[in-house]
Design a protein around this ligand. Structure first.
Ligand code: GLN
Length: 540
C-alpha cells in the first residue's frame, strides 16, 4: 500500500486571509495531476460542530452528504475538488476532547495520567489519518483554523509537528501569511511574515512553503528577503495576490509550479497537469459581459457596520456558477428583509430574479413574505431555499388561498393555519433540549414529477439533495393549495414529505426544502440554479 502524504496549511498575521481558498486551490492543482486528494478543516472551537453557532458569528454552516454541519471552508474544498466530503473531513477541538474524555471514563487509557500531549495530540492525529483512509486519499491537505500563535489551536500545530517528526518525508508545512502594503509607505512589508514564521519556529515547525497573501503580487526582492529570514528556498516563496475571481487562484499558484514543487518534496511523481477546465471557466468569467441581476433577500447580512455575505456563500457561489453557465455576468444585490418589511418590496422590480435562502426564527420574515408575494405577482423568477420554500407556501396560503393567518409554527406556534409545522421526531428532540446535530441533515432522495419546471431542470425523476431543517410542509393543506395552482413537484420516495413546490402559472417559481446550493460546483453548475438564471435571462 502506498504511503499517504499530509500537507498542513497554517495562517499568519491576520485571519480572513483566504487560507481556505488557498487550501482548496492547492487541492485542485494536486487533483489535476492525477492524485486522489482530500481536504480536512480543523477548527479550534469547543463546539462539536458548526450547527450551534450563530450565523453572524460563524458564516455559513455547510452540510455534507453524510449530514455533518461544518465550516464553510468545506464548501470551498468541495467546489474546487469537485468531490463530496464526509464527516471525517471536519475536526473540532470539541470532537477531540469529547472522544478523549469518553475514553478516559471508560478506562481505555489503562490508568494512565491523561494529558494534552500525547493523548489529545494522538486523537488529533488519529482523526487526520482516518480522514485520509475514509476517502482513500493519497494526499491529505489539512487546514488549521485561526492563525499561528493562538493558544486555542496550538495542540493542532503540535500534532502536525509530531507527525512530521515521525515521518519527515511524508509531511509538508505550508504557511500562508499576509503581506501588508501600508498606503502611506506604498511598499510591501515582509516583517509580519517573518515574525509569524518565528512563531512557527518556536513551536518546532519549519515551513516548507510560504505563501504571501496580498493585494498585490510579490516581487523578487520580497521573495529574497522572506527566503533569507524564514529559512526557505526562494522558489518556495509563492505569491498569492488578490484576483477578481477566487477560481483563478489555482491558475495563479500553478503558474509558479507550486504543485510540481510540492510533489517533488513529497517524493511523488510530478506528472502532467490539466487545468484547462479552470482556464476555460476563467475565460467565461472574463468574457461574460451582459449582466443578470439577482436579489438575495435574507436576514443575516448586517453585523454592526459591516455586511456579511459569508452567511450565504454557497448560495452566492451557486448563483455565480449558474450565471457563467448562461454566459452572464452575475450582479448580486443583498437585500435585508427587515428593510423590505419597513419599506416594501417595490425596489425588486429592478432585478431579474429573487432568491430567498435558508434561515431560522421570526425576525424579518414578514419582509421576506412581501418579497415573495412581489415575485409571485410580477412573474419575477423566484428560487426559495429551505426557509425560502417554507415561506413561499405561507405566502401562497395567505394570499392565494385566503388563509390570512397562515404561518409556520416556528414563528407562530398557535397559528390557525400551520402550513409549515414541526416534524414529529423533531418535536421530541427539542423537548429534550437535544439541539446539536439533530436536524434533518444530509442527503435524502426525492422523486420528481414529470412535466414540471424542476423536472425540466434536472432531467431526472429521482435526485438526491442535502437538507438542514426541523420543519416541513403540512400535508393537510396539500389539496387545497394544489387547487389554487401550487404544484408539489418533488416529494420523498414514500410521498410523505413535500420536498419541492412550484407554481403552475409562473415562468419560474420554485421552492426546495433542501439546499441545492451545497452541490453546485464551478465546473459542474447546479441544474436548478442554471434553469433559474436562464429564466431570469429570458425575462430580461
Ligand atoms: N427554520 C426552518 C426549519 O428549521 C428552515 C431551515 C433552513 O432554512 N435551513 O425547518
Amino acid at each position: 500500500m502506498k504511503k499517504v502524504k499530509y500537507i498542513f496549511v497554517s495562517g499568519g498575521v491576520i485571519s480572513g486571509l483566504g487560507k481556505g481558498i488557498t487550501t482548496a486551490s492547492l487541492s485542485a492543482i494536486l487533483k489535476s495531476k492525477g492524485y486522489q486528494v482530500t481536504a480536512v478543516k480543523v477548527d479550534m472551537y469547543l463546539n462539536v460542530d458548526a450547527g450551534t453557532i450563530r450565523p453572524q458569528e460563524h458564516g455559513e454552516v455547510f452540510v455534507t452528504d453524510d449530514g455533518i454541519e461544518t465550516d464553510q471552508d468545506l464548501g470551498h474544498y468541495e467546489r474546487f475538488l469537485d468531490i463530496s466530503l464526509t464527516r471525517a473531513n471536519y475536526i473540532t477541538t470539541g470532537q477531540v476532547y469529547q472522544e478523549v474524555i469518553r475514553k478516559e471514563r471508560s478506562f481505555e487509557y489503562d490508568g494512565e495520567d491523561v494529558e494534552a500531549i500525547p493523548h489529545v495530540t494522538d486523537e488529533i492525529i488519529r482523526r487526520i489519518k482516518e480522514a485520509g483512509e475514509k476517502t482513500q486519499a493519497e494526499i491529505v491537505i489539512v487546514e488549521f483554523g485561526g492563525t499561528v500563535g493562538e493558544y486555542q489551536n496550538s495542540l493542532f500545530f503540535e500534532a502536525s509537528r509530531i507527525m512530521k517528526m515521525r515521518s519527515p518525508e511524508d509531511v509538508l508545512q505550508v504557511h500562508v501569511a499576509y503581506m501588508p502594503v501600508p498606503p502611506n509607505l506604498g511598499e510591501m512589508k515582509t516583517k509580519p511574515v517573518q515574525q509569524s514564521v518565528r512563531m512557527l519556529n518556536s513551536m518546532g515547525i519549519q515551513p516548507d512553503f510560504i505563501v504571501g497573501r496580498s493585494e498585490y503580487p510579490m516581487d523578487e526582492r520580497r521573495k529574497e528577503r522572506i527566503a533569507l529570514f524564514c529559512n526557505v528556498f526562494k522558489e518556495d516563496v509563492i505569491s498569492n495576490p488578490d484576483v477578481p475571481s477566487i477560481y483563478e487562484v489555482p491558475l495563479v499558484l500553478s503558474e509558479q509550479n507550486m504543485g510540481e514543487k510540492i510533489l517533488k518534496k513529497l517524493g511523488l511523481g510530478v506528472g502532467g497537469k490539466d487545468l484547462s477546465p479552470w482556464k476555460k471557466l476563467i475565460k467565461t468569467v472574463k468574457t461574460s459581459k451582459k449582466e443578470v441581476k439577482v436579489a438575495v433577500v435574507g436576514k443575516y447580512f448586517a453585523t454592526g457596520d459591516f455586511q456579511l455575505e459569508d452567511v450565504y456563500v454557497s448560495v452566492i457561489e451557486a448563483l455565480k456558477h449558474a450565471a457563467w453557465a448562461n454566459e452572464r455576468k452575475p450582479k448580486l444585490y443583498w437585500v435585508d428583509s427587515e428593510k423590505v418589511e419597513k419599506e416594501g418590496p417595490e425596489k425588486l422590480a429592478e432585478v431579474d430574479a429573487v432568491v430567498v435562502p435558508g434561515g431560522f426564527g421570526s425576525r424579518g420574515i414578514e419582509g421576506i413574505i412581501k418579497a415573495i408575494k412581489f415575485a409571485r405577482e410580477s412573474d419575477l423568477p423566484y428560487l426559495g431555499l429551505c426557509y425560502g420554500m417554507q415561506l413561499a407556501t405561507v405566502e401562497f396560503a395567505r394570499h392565494a388561498c385566503g388563509l390570512s393567518e397562515a404561518n409556520t409554527t416556528e414563528v407562530s406556534p398557535k397559528t390557525p393555519h400551520p402550513v409549515i409545522h414541526i416534524m414529529p421526531e423533531q418535536e421530541k428532540l427539542l423537548v429534550g433540549k437535544e439541539y446539536g446535530g439533530t436536524m434533518r441533515l444530509g442527503v435524502y432522495p426525492c422523486k420528481i414529477l414529470k412535466g414540471t419546471v424542476v423536472y425540466n431542470a434536472y432531467n431526472q425523476d429521482k435526485i438526491k439533495e442535502r437538507h438542514r431543517h426541523r420543519y416541513e410542509f403540512n400535508n393537510a393543506y396539500r389539496s387545497e393549495m394544489e387547487v389554487k395552482g401550487m404544484v408539489f413537484s418533488g416529494t420523498s420516495l414514500n410521498d410523505r414529505l413535500v420536498e419541492i413546490v412550484e407554481l403552475k402559472d409562473h415562468p419560474f417559481f420554485v421552492g426546495t426544502q433542501f439546499h441545492p446550493e451545497f452541490k453546485s460546483r464551478p465546473l459542474r453548475p447546479h441544474p436548478l440554479f442554471v434553469s433559474f438564471i436562464k429564466a431570469a435571462v429570458i425575462r430580461k
